[in-house]
Design a protein around this ligand. Structure first.
Ligand SMILES: [Zn+2]
Length: 68
C-alpha cells in the first residue's frame, strides 16, 4: 500500500543512495522538487507518480525504502 498523502517520495538507487522528491501543495497544484538535482515541476494530478518517474529515469532510483 502506498501512502497517498505523503509529502515526499524517497527511493534508493542501486548504490544505496537515497534520492528524495518533495511534494508541496500550492493551491490547486502540487510542486515537486528533487533534492538531488534541483528538478522542479508543477502538476495538478498524481505528483507522487511523476516523482517516482523522475527518480527512476534520472537517478535510476527505484527501490522503495518502506517496501521491505
Ligand atoms: Zn532529480
Amino acid at each position: 500500500m502506498s501512502e497517498i498523502n505523503t509529502s515526499k517520495v524517497s527511493r534508493w538507487d542501486q548504490h544505496g543512495r537515497e534520492h528524495v522528491v518533495h511534494v508541496q501543495r500550492t493551491g490547486a497544484h502540487r510542486v515537486m522538487s528533487c533534492d538531488t538535482c534541483g528538478w522542479r515541476k508543477k502538476v495538478q494530478f498524481l505528483p507522487w507518480l511523476k516523482a517516482e518517474e523522475h527518480l527512476a529515469e534520472e537517478h535510476q532510483a527505484t527501490v522503495d525504502p518502506k517496501a521491505s
